[in-house]
Write a protein that binds this ligand. Structure first.
Ligand SMILES: Cc1ncc(COP(=O)(O)O)c(C=O)c1O
Length: 403
């Protein structure tokens, strides 16, 4: 966000990014090649996944994963309403129907209970897309008495496509990395410019299922059975290939992969820096009665901390929009995650939803705002954000005119 003293996000590209980009440019091979393969291998190692397939966005990853898991005309797919439109739109690309579901009010996540209620009421649901919102993994794993999302879906033959756009690097409850494929079809990550690591635009989809991986690899590049790199580096006629389906053009370039490799080298360092900022925010803002900070049990190292979402306490009487304005007026960038899908024109017409709606999602949206959270935030910038929040809250409470 320009014109802000503290932007909502600032990417840190001070590692090996330029060096690796230069190598790619000097190599003369710009599209998907050696660097993409290396990025995929490193990402598979980082997540413990059997396969990592690089694509040019998380949206592409979600589309490929849903396609490979059999979503098609007539499919009903469960999507939390508290998400970005990309999660839902890929279902419609494939001719399926989106059913929106509510989230937990303290975490913004789909829970096993909410999932069970939805599946009991709608046995036609064939796929579920849990969103690891803000970088906090949903409760995928559980116990025999208290099953998590994976077991609940497996017992009913329902596939799972994880939206982990916010959740690299994060860990499930058992400590395994998100994306390590714990019984889901696939897990989708975003490397969009403001994500926890970036390639400008880009994404990755991980899976442990060999057949799903092969389908996604081919569909990522026009449904062709051999990649361009493969054709030019292996023995046999470079021109020879087959087309096994009408695929997509979702491959990542080596230029983007070069940035991704450099970012991946620092992913844990970035995560730790964000986690430290979260602790500092807790200490500094925890005493303000009018706002609620993210649930304290989310403070573990399992959280990717992509977003720091605070919520206005409804009892304070503070208007969320006014609070945002007063923070922005002091030069601090903020955002809102999310205006629910069921409040969007398109989804309000096409998505299925309970007659009672998604009350927790509405409550979340009406009171939430996201504060800046990025690894290169300086102590002065942190101080400016906290002072701005304190001033804005005090000002709203006093019902004073705009700062
Ligand atoms: C929850 C969620 N899912 C999917 C996406 C889509 O990611 P991309 O921009 O890489 O396609 C985003 C992007 O912001 C997101 O926040």
């Amino acid at each position: 966000m320009t014109g802000m003293n503290v932007p909502f996000f600032r990417a840190d590209l001070a590692g090996h990014e330029l060096e690796y980009i230069r190598e790619v440019l000097e190599s003369g091979w710009l599209t998907s090649g050696k660097r993409v393969q290396e990025f995929e291998k490193l990402f598979a190692d980082a997540t413990g996944a059997g396969h990592a397939i690089a694509v040019n966005s998380c949206t592409a990853a979600l589309h490929l994963a849903c396609e490979a898991s059999g979503v098609g005309p007539g499919s009903e797919v469960l999507v939390p309403s508290l998400t970005f439109t990309a999660t839902a739109e890929v279902v419609e690309y494939l001719g399926g129907t989106v059913r929106l579901v509510d989230v937990d009010l303290t975490t913004g996540l789909l829970t096993p209970d909410l999932l069970t209620q939805a599946l009991d009421a709608h046995p036609s649901i064939s796929c579920v897309m849990p969103v690891h919102f803000a970088g906090a993994p949903c409760r995928m794993l559980g116990t025999t008495q208290d099953p998590g999302i994976v077991k609940i879906c497996q017992s009913r033959g329902i596939s799972i496509v994880e939206d982990a756009a916010h959740a690299f690097p994060a860990r499930y409850a058992d400590g395994k990395p998100v994306g390590s494929s714990i019984g889901t079809t696939a897990c989708c990550f975003s490397f969009y410019a403001n994500k926890t690591i970036t390639t400008g635009e880009g994404g990755m989809v991980t899976t442990n299922d060999d057949a799903v991986a092969e389908r996604m690899r081919r569909m990522r590049l026009h449904g062709i059975d051999r990649s361009a790199w493969d054709r030019h580096t292996r023995i046999g006629a470079a021109w020879e290939y087959d087309v096994i389906a009408a695929g997509y053009k979702y491959n990542l370039t080596d230029i983007a992969a070069a940035i991704g490799i450099a970012q991946l080298e620092r992913a844990e360092e970035f995560r730790n820096a964000r986690a430290r900022l979260v602790e500092a925010y807790r200490e500094r803002l925890g005493g303000i009665d009018a706002i609620r900070l993210p649930a304290a049990d989310q403070a573990s190292n399992h959280h990717a901390w992509h977003l720091f979402v605070i919520r206005v306490d409804p009892a304070s009487g503070i208007d969320r929009n006014q609070l945002i304005e007063k923070i922005n007026d002091q030069g601090i960038g903020t955002s809102v995650h999310y205006k629910p899908l069921h409040r969007m024109t398109h989804w309000s017409k096409t998505a299925l939803i309970e007659p009672s709606g998604c009350p927790n999602t509405d409550d979340w949206f009406e009171h939430c705002l996201s504060l800046p959270l990025f690894p290169s935030m300086t102590a002065d910038e942190f101080e400016s954000v906290c002072t701005a929040v304190e001033n804005a809250v005090a000002n709203c409470l006093a019902g004073a005119p705009r700062i």
